[in-house]
Design a protein around this ligand. Structure first.
Ligand code: GTB
Length: 217
């Protein structure tokens, strides 16, 4: 059965692949699973039909037969568990890859989101200049730790896994900050993720949505 995911009708990231449908698209492309996309407006996300699928009125969601999921991490895990290619067969290696999925979402993503939300929403506030260095330091702390662990490896724990898919997705949101470039091995790691054919297909698909929406303006 072809799953259906939801994505922004008009993404505020202007097709840069930073909205969280991108990681779900990428996972589906990695495992070769075709999918449909239902585009939703900000208004539709808060209406009862969408709230039945997503209690917080957000994207992405995932529907497959009578299964409905929300939370990008849970969706990627479901895809990885149902198809070969994103989680190792060995039980311990699989558990470690899942640890990296949680690390990406629960440990690395929060300071990155805090920094990007401040840049988006607080830039004109009096306190922004004072708050910014602390926010950037919080991100650097995690990137320093991640950089030490990654060393000169291609991926976080052996072959590419759903842990790398989520970690690269999370790190990409830092690109405009310049901080990624302070850690050469992490910048190269992110570039390796972006170079994967599945990433490129997913990126092109979400960009096509934004381009079509812009033409209709
Ligand atoms: N924890 C949830 C998950 O991982 O699925 C978070 C989902 C989430 O934050 N969804 C956002 C959303 O639906 C879209 S991705 N927001 C609408 C709302 O809450 O009303 C977040 C996002 C938005 C914009 C950019 N950007 O412009 O760069 C990047 C990321």
């Amino acid at each position: 059965m072809t799953p259906t995911i939801t994505a922004f009708e008009r993404s505020p990231d202007r097709g840069r692949g930073l909205a969280r449908d991108m990681r779900v698209r990428w996972a589906l492309e990695e495992v070769g699973q075709p999918y449909d996309v239902r585009l939703v407006s900000f208004q539709a996300m808060k209406e009862p039909a969408h709230l039945t699928l997503h209690p917080f009125g957000q994207i992405p969601t995932y529907e497959e037969g009578d299964l409905a999921l929300f939370e990008s991490g849970a969706i990627v895990l479901h895809i990885a568990e149902c198809h070969a290619g994103l989680l190792p067969e060995d039980a311990h290696a699989r558990a470690r890859a899942i640890s990296w999925m949680f690390a990406a979402l629960a440990t690395v993503e929060p300071p990155i989101v805090e920094l990007s939300m401040a840049a988006l929403l607080e830039r004109d506030k009096a306190w922004y200049g004072e708050r910014l260095p602390g926010l950037r330091e919080n991100v650097r702390k995690r990137l320093g730790e991640l950089s030490r662990r990654l060393g000169d490896a291609d991926w976080l724990d052996g072959g590419f896994s759903a842990g790398d898919l989520l970690m690269v997705s999370v790190l990409l949101r830092l690109r405009s900050s310049g901080i990624l470039d302070e850690y050469a091995n992490i910048a190269n790691y992110v570039a390796r993720g972006e170079a994967r054919p599945a990433y490129r297909s997913a990126f092109a698909a979400q960009l096509a949505v934004f381009t079509a929406a812009s033409k209709g303006e």
